[in-house]
Unconditional design. Sequence first.
Length: 164
Amino acid sequence: MNIVLCGMPGAGKTSVGQALALMTGRKFTDTDVEIASRFGSIAGIFSRYGEEFFRAEEKTLCRALQDEDSLIIATGGGTVSDGENLSYLRKRGKIVFLRAKCATLLARLGSARGRPLLQGDVEKNLSALYEKRTPVYLKAADLVVDTDALTVREAAKIILEAIG
């Protein structure tokens, strides 16, 4: 079984995923990092090829991951918004929504450099994404962990206690 982390940018998917991998000895995969390793930075992919190209690569990766087992997977913020991606990830995984308040996300993200969907008015764009994606994350989640007041290690321990 895989543990699949979803949530907004800044919720802690990568940090908690890395901690879970260390605690369990499982391999850690970050979908954004995997895609960026092939095509350059996420911002560069969006500007050079467009969001549609990025989402297609994301789907290809999720399709490949559906047959993997015992992974910790940190997904990009929009990954589980696509029903096919969610289906692939659910095949062998439990979906964990790492939830944080907008104020927490803003504090963690700073200028949000390198995050194409947040460019410009970061607070306004983050708030709009938050409103749009939170119901999707909640619907997808097998477990919700509020990360606002937790350390990375505390969040990881909660996940392990709940999922095993």
